[in-house]
Design a protein around this ligand. Structure first.
Ligand SMILES: [Zn+2]
Length: 61
């Protein structure tokens, strides 16, 4: 019987692309690169626009 080997592909730290939800804000898009130490449940709610301080939304790229 085969024994499943350990995965050789480590989970990469999560990345996400965010945009400012304020249409009038000049901030366009930014990529957030998480570290391994970031809790898994850290979401876009934890961040705000670095330009206007408003909410940001995650986008799929
Ligand atoms: Zn903004």
């Amino acid at each position: 019987m085969f024994k499943m080997g350990e995965s050789v592909v480590p989970d990469m730290p999560k990345t996400m692309e965010v945009v400012c939800t304020d249409d009038s804000c000049e901030f366009d898009m930014a990529g957030l690169h998480f570290t391994y130490d970031m809790p898994d449940d850290t979401g876009v709610d934890a961040f705000s626009c670095p330009y206007c301080g408003g909410d940001v939304a995650e986008i799929e790229v």
